[in-house]
Ligand binder design. Structure first.
Ligand code: FE
Ligand code: FE
Ligand code: ZN
Length: 271
């Protein structure tokens, strides 16, 4: 079964997101766990949660995905910001019983090595008591972002004790921007992923086209088929045996109708 959805706003609650996803032919969605640029938590209404769960069961939805706010930076040079990262992620894991994706972090000049060990330490702490499951996102390599090399993500997971609760979300725009040619050599890129991280850790895909050419480290998402990745490559991605059963989440610059057209476009290309 194709699992596909897009990024939605949580402001009207879970049932509203479920209904919106369903109205565009999607069967899952992603949302920010908190205000993405601030960090204030969304207050969950138990009745809304129950209503959503009933709706999701009825519609045979795939599990949804919570995205951490951008203000979570476990390898900040500022102790308070690192403290917020542990607290926000632990709280989020307790609050949402779904997969949780976060950007590994920005080392802000401290260097990749120092960043990796800070991130690993934070993950160990956050996972100590929490129930949830954390996915690290593959990054474009903008500024001092960690996680644009598969080896960096593999190393973070290893140093965090190779916890079963850790996985990876592959962002197609980001990996392309990081220099992995998923348009020209998808098999080769996936092989490198498997070697550095392992396919068993891959649990979700952010399906985006890119406004910029291979290796440009810019992180500008484009609508599917309108960027440098293109529909042919996207068709190969959504049909690849390693990827096709994973949930695909669109984070393209779109309104609801635009997302609907992309969902249709992906469905039309599934073989
Ligand atoms: Fe992200
Ligand atoms: Fe993403
Ligand atoms: Zn991005």
């Amino acid at each position: 079964m194709l699992k596909i959805g897009c990024h939605l706003s949580i402001s009207k609650g879970f049932l509203a997101m479920g209904k919106l996803a369903d109205s565009i032919g999607a069967n899952t969605f992603q949302f920010f766990s908190r205000n993405p640029r601030g960090g204030a938590a969304f207050k969950r209404d138990p009745q809304d949660t129950q209503n959503y769960q009933d709706f999701a069961a009825l519609k045979n939805f795939a599990p949804c995905l919570a995205h951490a706010p951008y203000t979570v930076n476990p390898c900040s040079a500022d102790l308070r910001i690192r403290g917020f990262a542990v607290k926000a992620v632990s709280d989020d894991l307790d609050r949402y019983d779904c997969m949780y994706v976060m950007h590994p972090g920005n080392h802000v000049g401290q260097g990749t090595e120092a960043g990796i060990s800070l991130i690993a330490g934070m993950l160990e702490k956050a996972l100590e008591h929490a129930q949830g499951f954390i996915l690290l996102e593959t990054m474009a390599g903008k500024g001092t972002e960690i996680g644009s090399r598969f080896e960096e993500l593999g190393e973070i997971i290893k140093r965090a004790g190779s916890s079963e609760k850790l996985g990876v979300c592959l962002d197609t725009c980001h990996v392309f921007d990081a220099g992995y040619d998923i348009a020209g050599d998808l098999d080769g890129v996936l092989e490198r992923f498997d070697k550095a991280i392992g396919f068993e850790r891959l649990h979700a895909v952010h399906l985006n086209d890119s406004k910029n050419a291979l290796g440009s480290h810019k992180d500008r998402h484009e609508k599917l088929g309108e960027g440098f990745i293109g529909w042919d490559a996207i068709a190969r991605i959504v049909n690849h045996p390693v990827l096709r059963e994973l949930p695909f989440f669109l984070e393209t610059p779109n309104d609801t109708e635009g997302y609907g057209r992309e969902v249709e476009g992906v469905k039309a290309r599934r073989s």
